[in-house]
Design a protein around this ligand. Structure first.
Ligand code: SF4
Ligand code: SF4
Length: 282
Protein backbone atom coordinates (compact mmCIF):
# COMPACT_ATOMS: atom_id res chain seq x y z
CA UNK A 1 0.00 0.00 0.00
CA UNK A 2 1.36 3.40 -0.97
CA UNK A 3 0.25 6.36 1.17
CA UNK A 4 1.17 9.89 0.10
CA UNK A 5 1.28 12.58 2.78
CA UNK A 6 0.77 15.77 0.83
CA UNK A 7 -0.17 19.39 1.19
CA UNK A 8 -0.95 22.20 -1.24
CA UNK A 9 1.01 24.53 1.01
CA UNK A 10 4.46 24.26 2.58
CA UNK A 11 4.87 24.40 6.36
CA UNK A 12 1.60 22.68 7.30
CA UNK A 13 3.26 19.76 9.09
CA UNK A 14 3.42 17.21 6.28
CA UNK A 15 6.82 15.87 7.35
CA UNK A 16 5.68 15.73 10.99
CA UNK A 17 2.85 13.41 9.91
CA UNK A 18 4.92 11.32 7.48
CA UNK A 19 7.84 10.71 9.86
CA UNK A 20 5.70 9.90 12.91
CA UNK A 21 3.44 7.59 10.90
CA UNK A 22 6.51 5.82 9.51
CA UNK A 23 8.06 5.47 12.98
CA UNK A 24 4.83 4.07 14.42
CA UNK A 25 4.35 1.50 11.65
CA UNK A 26 7.98 0.41 11.65
CA UNK A 27 7.83 -0.16 15.42
CA UNK A 28 4.61 -2.14 14.93
CA UNK A 29 6.76 -4.55 12.89
CA UNK A 30 5.34 -3.72 9.48
CA UNK A 31 7.62 -3.80 6.47
CA UNK A 32 7.48 -0.09 5.79
CA UNK A 33 9.57 2.37 3.80
CA UNK A 34 9.50 6.14 3.88
CA UNK A 35 10.34 7.99 0.67
CA UNK A 36 11.27 11.63 1.14
CA UNK A 37 10.08 13.04 -2.20
CA UNK A 38 10.53 16.66 -1.15
CA UNK A 39 13.73 16.55 -3.20
CA UNK A 40 14.32 20.31 -3.10
CA UNK A 41 14.51 20.27 0.68
CA UNK A 42 14.50 16.75 2.11
CA UNK A 43 14.56 16.65 5.91
CA UNK A 44 12.88 13.40 7.05
CA UNK A 45 16.29 11.90 7.78
CA UNK A 46 16.80 14.30 10.71
CA UNK A 47 14.28 12.33 12.76
CA UNK A 48 15.93 8.91 12.53
CA UNK A 49 19.16 7.22 13.52
CA UNK A 50 20.08 5.41 10.33
CA UNK A 51 22.93 3.95 8.33
CA UNK A 52 23.53 4.95 4.74
CA UNK A 53 23.46 1.77 2.66
CA UNK A 54 23.90 3.14 -0.83
CA UNK A 55 23.33 6.09 -3.13
CA UNK A 56 22.70 6.41 -6.83
CA UNK A 57 23.04 9.42 -9.04
CA UNK A 58 20.05 10.61 -11.08
CA UNK A 59 21.10 11.76 -14.53
CA UNK A 60 19.25 13.44 -17.36
CA UNK A 61 19.96 13.63 -21.05
CA UNK A 62 20.94 17.07 -22.36
CA UNK A 63 21.39 17.96 -26.04
CA UNK A 64 24.87 19.06 -27.06
CA UNK A 65 24.98 21.58 -29.92
CA UNK A 66 27.45 21.20 -32.81
CA UNK A 67 27.47 24.66 -34.51
CA UNK A 68 29.42 23.55 -37.61
CA UNK A 69 26.69 21.06 -38.58
CA UNK A 70 23.69 23.34 -37.92
CA UNK A 71 21.72 24.75 -40.87
CA UNK A 72 19.45 26.77 -38.56
CA UNK A 73 16.41 25.08 -40.06
CA UNK A 74 14.40 25.55 -36.84
CA UNK A 75 13.09 21.96 -36.54
CA UNK A 76 14.52 21.46 -33.03
CA UNK A 77 12.86 24.63 -31.72
CA UNK A 78 9.58 23.53 -33.28
CA UNK A 79 9.78 20.07 -31.61
CA UNK A 80 10.67 21.36 -28.15
CA UNK A 81 7.50 21.54 -26.06
CA UNK A 82 9.32 23.17 -23.16
CA UNK A 83 10.67 26.29 -24.96
CA UNK A 84 14.15 25.22 -23.99
CA UNK A 85 15.63 26.15 -27.38
CA UNK A 86 16.09 29.76 -28.41
CA UNK A 87 16.94 30.18 -32.08
CA UNK A 88 17.70 33.25 -34.22
CA UNK A 89 18.47 31.80 -37.69
CA UNK A 90 19.31 35.13 -39.32
CA UNK A 91 21.97 35.78 -36.65
CA UNK A 92 23.01 32.09 -36.54
CA UNK A 93 22.29 32.02 -32.81
CA UNK A 94 21.31 28.78 -30.99
CA UNK A 95 20.90 28.73 -27.22
CA UNK A 96 19.85 25.83 -25.06
CA UNK A 97 18.13 26.97 -21.86
CA UNK A 98 19.28 24.08 -19.68
CA UNK A 99 16.92 24.87 -16.79
CA UNK A 100 13.90 24.37 -19.06
CA UNK A 101 15.18 21.23 -20.77
CA UNK A 102 13.38 18.04 -19.70
CA UNK A 103 15.77 15.72 -21.57
CA UNK A 104 12.94 14.34 -23.71
CA UNK A 105 15.20 13.90 -26.78
CA UNK A 106 12.65 15.36 -29.25
CA UNK A 107 15.16 17.90 -30.60
CA UNK A 108 17.89 15.34 -31.29
CA UNK A 109 15.27 13.19 -33.05
CA UNK A 110 14.10 16.20 -35.10
CA UNK A 111 17.55 17.29 -36.23
CA UNK A 112 18.38 15.68 -39.56
CA UNK A 113 21.81 17.32 -39.78
CA UNK A 114 23.48 15.66 -36.84
CA UNK A 115 23.91 19.02 -35.15
CA UNK A 116 22.56 17.80 -31.81
CA UNK A 117 24.33 15.03 -29.92
CA UNK A 118 23.33 13.67 -26.52
CA UNK A 119 25.17 14.21 -23.29
CA UNK A 120 24.11 13.83 -19.63
CA UNK A 121 24.00 16.02 -16.54
CA UNK A 122 23.57 15.07 -12.90
CA UNK A 123 20.23 16.12 -11.39
CA UNK A 124 20.66 14.75 -7.91
CA UNK A 125 20.93 11.65 -5.80
CA UNK A 126 18.76 8.95 -4.28
CA UNK A 127 20.13 7.81 -0.92
CA UNK A 128 19.08 4.60 0.87
CA UNK A 129 19.19 4.65 4.67
CA UNK A 130 18.53 1.62 6.87
CA UNK A 131 16.39 2.53 9.90
CA UNK A 132 15.82 -1.02 11.19
CA UNK A 133 15.78 -4.54 9.76
CA UNK A 134 12.33 -4.02 8.18
CA UNK A 135 12.38 -0.34 7.35
CA UNK A 136 14.38 2.02 5.25
CA UNK A 137 14.24 5.68 4.40
CA UNK A 138 14.80 6.62 0.77
CA UNK A 139 15.82 10.22 0.30
CA UNK A 140 15.62 12.10 -3.01
CA UNK A 141 17.96 15.09 -3.07
CA UNK A 142 18.09 17.54 -5.96
CA UNK A 143 21.50 18.92 -6.90
CA UNK A 144 21.88 22.57 -5.92
CA UNK A 145 21.12 24.62 -9.04
CA UNK A 146 19.09 21.89 -10.79
CA UNK A 147 15.51 22.95 -11.42
CA UNK A 148 13.65 19.76 -12.29
CA UNK A 149 12.97 17.52 -9.27
CA UNK A 150 10.57 15.15 -11.07
CA UNK A 151 13.22 12.64 -12.35
CA UNK A 152 14.72 12.52 -8.83
CA UNK A 153 11.25 11.96 -7.33
CA UNK A 154 10.54 9.17 -9.85
CA UNK A 155 13.74 7.35 -8.89
CA UNK A 156 13.11 7.89 -5.18
CA UNK A 157 9.67 6.31 -5.39
CA UNK A 158 10.96 3.44 -7.53
CA UNK A 159 13.67 2.67 -4.96
CA UNK A 160 11.15 2.61 -2.09
CA UNK A 161 8.64 0.13 -3.51
CA UNK A 162 10.13 -3.09 -2.09
CA UNK A 163 7.96 -2.94 1.01
CA UNK A 164 4.51 -3.88 2.32
CA UNK A 165 3.70 -0.23 3.10
CA UNK A 166 5.33 2.81 1.51
CA UNK A 167 4.84 6.32 2.85
CA UNK A 168 5.60 9.14 0.43
CA UNK A 169 6.45 12.50 1.96
CA UNK A 170 5.27 14.58 -1.02
CA UNK A 171 6.72 17.90 -2.12
CA UNK A 172 4.56 20.93 -1.23
CA UNK A 173 2.45 22.82 -3.76
CA UNK A 174 0.19 21.55 -6.53
CA UNK A 175 2.55 21.52 -9.51
CA UNK A 176 4.31 18.62 -11.34
CA UNK A 177 6.34 17.26 -8.35
CA UNK A 178 3.16 17.04 -6.20
CA UNK A 179 1.11 15.49 -9.02
CA UNK A 180 3.78 12.97 -9.89
CA UNK A 181 4.11 11.85 -6.26
CA UNK A 182 0.41 11.39 -5.60
CA UNK A 183 -0.10 9.68 -8.97
CA UNK A 184 1.73 6.68 -7.46
CA UNK A 185 -0.36 6.59 -4.25
CA UNK A 186 -3.22 4.29 -3.28
CA UNK A 187 -4.31 6.73 -0.60
CA UNK A 188 -3.61 10.42 0.01
CA UNK A 189 -3.50 12.22 3.35
CA UNK A 190 -3.83 15.95 2.77
CA UNK A 191 -2.40 18.00 5.61
CA UNK A 192 -3.71 21.51 6.19
CA UNK A 193 -4.05 24.19 8.84
CA UNK A 194 -7.20 26.18 9.63
CA UNK A 195 -6.00 29.46 8.09
CA UNK A 196 -7.14 31.27 4.90
CA UNK A 197 -3.92 30.21 3.10
CA UNK A 198 -4.34 26.65 4.34
CA UNK A 199 -7.93 26.53 3.06
CA UNK A 200 -7.07 28.05 -0.31
CA UNK A 201 -4.29 25.55 -0.99
CA UNK A 202 -6.32 22.65 0.41
CA UNK A 203 -9.08 23.40 -2.12
CA UNK A 204 -6.53 23.31 -4.96
CA UNK A 205 -5.05 20.01 -3.83
CA UNK A 206 -8.52 18.45 -3.33
CA UNK A 207 -9.44 19.48 -6.87
CA UNK A 208 -6.39 17.60 -8.19
CA UNK A 209 -6.79 14.53 -5.98
CA UNK A 210 -10.44 14.25 -7.06
CA UNK A 211 -9.53 14.58 -10.73
CA UNK A 212 -7.01 11.79 -10.25
CA UNK A 213 -9.70 9.73 -8.49
CA UNK A 214 -7.52 9.00 -5.46
CA UNK A 215 -9.12 8.09 -2.13
CA UNK A 216 -8.15 10.73 0.40
CA UNK A 217 -8.86 12.32 3.76
CA UNK A 218 -7.67 15.45 5.53
CA UNK A 219 -5.49 16.00 8.58
CA UNK A 220 -5.86 19.32 10.34
CA UNK A 221 -2.68 20.44 12.02
CA UNK A 222 -2.48 23.38 14.45
CA UNK A 223 -6.22 23.08 15.15
CA UNK A 224 -7.50 25.97 17.23
CA UNK A 225 -5.66 28.58 15.16
CA UNK A 226 -7.41 30.72 12.54
CA UNK A 227 -11.11 30.21 11.89
CA UNK A 228 -13.57 27.37 11.34
CA UNK A 229 -13.81 27.97 7.56
CA UNK A 230 -11.80 24.80 6.82
CA UNK A 231 -14.27 22.74 8.89
CA UNK A 232 -17.27 24.32 7.14
CA UNK A 233 -15.73 23.60 3.75
CA UNK A 234 -14.95 19.96 4.62
CA UNK A 235 -18.45 19.44 6.01
CA UNK A 236 -20.05 20.94 2.91
CA UNK A 237 -17.90 18.73 0.64
CA UNK A 238 -18.45 15.65 2.88
CA UNK A 239 -14.70 15.11 3.26
CA UNK A 240 -13.41 12.98 6.11
CA UNK A 241 -11.06 14.44 8.74
CA UNK A 242 -8.80 11.56 9.69
CA UNK A 243 -6.86 13.36 12.44
CA UNK A 244 -6.60 16.68 14.22
CA UNK A 245 -3.53 17.93 16.04
CA UNK A 246 -4.09 20.90 18.30
CA UNK A 247 -1.83 23.91 18.03
CA UNK A 248 0.61 23.16 20.81
CA UNK A 249 3.93 24.84 21.49
CA UNK A 250 5.36 21.64 22.94
CA UNK A 251 4.75 19.73 19.68
CA UNK A 252 6.54 22.49 17.78
CA UNK A 253 9.46 22.35 20.21
CA UNK A 254 9.80 18.56 19.97
CA UNK A 255 9.61 18.69 16.17
CA UNK A 256 12.08 21.53 15.80
CA UNK A 257 14.61 19.69 17.95
CA UNK A 258 14.52 16.78 15.44
CA UNK A 259 12.57 14.37 17.64
CA UNK A 260 9.51 12.24 17.02
CA UNK A 261 6.42 13.55 18.78
CA UNK A 262 4.94 10.06 19.27
CA UNK A 263 7.94 9.17 21.45
CA UNK A 264 7.33 12.01 23.91
CA UNK A 265 3.58 12.40 23.95
CA UNK A 266 1.26 9.48 24.72
CA UNK A 267 -1.82 11.44 23.55
CA UNK A 268 -0.26 12.07 20.13
CA UNK A 269 0.90 8.44 19.94
CA UNK A 270 -2.72 7.32 20.37
CA UNK A 271 -3.86 9.66 17.61
CA UNK A 272 -1.30 8.15 15.24
CA UNK A 273 -2.40 4.63 16.19
CA UNK A 274 -5.99 5.55 15.21
CA UNK A 275 -4.76 7.22 12.03
CA UNK A 276 -2.73 4.18 10.96
CA UNK A 277 -5.68 1.87 11.67
CA UNK A 278 -8.01 4.04 9.62
CA UNK A 279 -5.61 4.00 6.65
CA UNK A 280 -4.76 0.31 6.77
CA UNK A 281 -8.41 -0.70 7.10
CA UNK A 282 -9.57 1.92 4.59
S1 SF4 B 1 17.25 20.98 -36.09
FE1 SF4 B 1 19.49 20.74 -36.16
S2 SF4 B 1 20.10 21.85 -37.95
FE2 SF4 B 1 18.04 22.54 -37.50
S3 SF4 B 1 18.32 24.33 -36.21
FE3 SF4 B 1 18.15 22.61 -34.86
S4 SF4 B 1 20.24 21.96 -34.45
FE4 SF4 B 1 20.30 23.26 -36.26
S1 SF4 C 1 15.68 17.42 -24.95
FE1 SF4 C 1 13.49 17.93 -25.11
S2 SF4 C 1 13.21 19.55 -23.61
FE2 SF4 C 1 15.40 19.42 -23.98
S3 SF4 C 1 15.77 20.92 -25.57
FE3 SF4 C 1 15.45 18.96 -26.59
S4 SF4 C 1 13.27 18.94 -27.09
FE4 SF4 C 1 13.60 20.56 -25.58
Amino acid sequence: MIVAVASGKGGTGKTLIATNLFALLSKASYNVNLADCDAEEPNSLIFFKSTKESASEVRQMLPLFEPEACTYCGKCEEYCNYNAIFLLPEKRIFRLIEDLCHGCGACTYACKFDALKETEISLGEVGMYRVNSKSKLVEGRLRVGALTPVPVIKETIKASLDSEIVILDAPPGTSCPFIHTISKADYVLLVTEPTPFGLNDLKLSIQIVRQMEKPFSVIINRAGLGSDDVYKYLKKEKIKISMELQFDKEIAMIYSSGKLVIESRADIYQKFVKLSESIIHN
